[in-house]
Design a protein around this ligand. Sequence first.
Ligand SMILES: O=C(O)c1cc(C(=O)O)c2c(n1)C(=O)C(=O)c1cc(C(=O)O)[nH]c1-2
Length: 250
Amino acid sequence: MSAYSISATVPLDNAAQLEETLRHIGATRYHSLHPFHKLLHGGKLNKGQVQAWALNRYYYQSTIPIKDAVVISRFRDRATRQEWRHRIEDHDGDTGAEGGIERWRKLTEGLGLDSAYVESTEGILPATRFAVEAYVHFVRDRTPLEAIASSLTELFAPNLHEERISGMLKYYDFVNPDIMSYFSRRLTQAPRDAGFALDYVKQHATTPAERRAVCNALIFKTNVLWVQLDALYHAYVDGHVPPGAFVPAK
Ligand SMILES: O=C(O)c1cc(C(=O)O)c2c(n1)C(=O)C(=O)c1cc(C(=O)O)[nH]c1-2
């Protein structure tokens, strides 16, 4: 066991073994297992703590299209770029079509946060910034195959989003279906994206070494997500807010 890579003894001789290993990584390392999410979805946080989560996650959400633009830049193959580009539109929106970032801003606004403050990202935790930047650098610096593989956490997102929608609506009187629209929309977007990425890595990782690199890219990404919640827990559950970061109103 390592925090960064799968064990050398895991068999990766074909695409079926690759998929099995990827699903195992999700089942054991996805951030749905993190204690901060248990508190968030179980109604155990106060409004200020939910605000801190949404404020920090805004940085992740708003960086995703930048990450996807970098992914696209790695491919000479037009068909892959064509397939990938709707992800940018899903988040950025288009003329007359609201995108995910705008929906996320509605969430932070509905939680009572000032949009200019959220968009400035001035109040986010240093660990959020470092983790999210590491994701962008990963897709820039690793192979195109690993860049695609790092998006595979989305395979596990729909279950988490369903748990989040129902838990947050049930437990928090400051949450309503309108401000949760970001997540209801992702329930259809994420499976399509994850399905493409899974098919892609199964087809293009043709050696055990490449399949291992795919698995380790997914582990890297689960770490990107996990450390963001570690930092939120330390700051807003344990109460050690770093200098200059968002402090909820009393
Ligand atoms: O709420 C979540 O837990 C969660 C997780 C993830 C993920 O697993 O990376 C994404 C999202 N949401 C999400 O909304 C989203 O648009 C998204 C894009 C990506 C990606 O890596 O390209 N991950 C995720």
